[in-house]
Design a protein around this ligand. Structure first.
Ligand SMILES: NC(=O)c1ccc[n+]([C@@H]2O[C@H](COP(=O)([O-])OP(=O)(O)OC[C@H]3O[C@@H](n4cnc5c(N)ncnc54)[C@H](O)[C@@H]3O)[C@@H](O)[C@H]2O)c1
Length: 147
């Protein structure tokens, strides 16, 4: 994941477990993202400090808030987040992460490097990387064929 994070950056947007669901979905809308790491004692940009205690995604919002008739301003993220959170190390490959996402049915993987938060990878990041690699291979083959 090293090269992928170099490209997209190491920022991980997060909320605290006691923040409200309304605050969480406002931050998701502001940053145009579909998931927030839930960090105990961290700051909003999650730059290494704090302990990940869960993850809150659009899916959790649909299923655990809307469908259950809960109120966003009156519900804490802690009560509707997914936990424990499935993380990966920076050494994992794109294929490793794709396999893990498929197996665990998740679309976001926080990257932890030696206990420190190092970034967030989404399914879209992996698809983009795979498409770029395939494009590169096609160009090389075309070059080989046409000289
Ligand atoms: N062109 C690109 O570079 C690119 C990259 C990823 C996704 N996308 C597109 O965006 C749409 C939705 O993407 P998705 O389903 O992968 O999920 P998403 O909307 O949650 O992710 C969009 C981007 O935000 C980042 N992100 C998400 N949550 C984050 C967080 N808490 N902290 C830091 N970064 C965070 C992801 O890593 C990804 O780069 C898709 O249509 C996809 O194709 C485009």
């Amino acid at each position: 994941m090293h090269h992928l994070l170099e490209e997209k950056g190491h920022t991980v947007w997060s909320v605290g477990p006691d923040d409200t669901v309304l605050d969480a979905i406002k931050l998701m809308a502001l940053k145009n993202i579909g998931a927030l790491l839930v960090v105990e004692g961290g700051n909003g940009a999650g730059d290494g400090d704090g302990k990940p205690v869960g993850i809150f995604t659009e899916r959790d919002y649909a299923r655990n808030v809307i469908l259950k008739g809960k109120s966003s301003p009156a519900t804490s993220v802690r009560d509707v987040m997914a936990a424990p959170v499935i993380c990966v190390s920076p050494e994992k490959t794109v294929d490793d992460c794709m396999a893990l996402m498929t197996e665990k049915r998740v679309r976001h993987l926080p990257v932890m490097d030696d206990g420190q938060l190092a970034g967030m990878i989404s399914i879209g990041d992996l698809v983009k990387s795979i498409i770029e690699d395939q494009q590169h291979t096609i160009e090389q083959l075309e070059h080989y064929i046409h000289g």
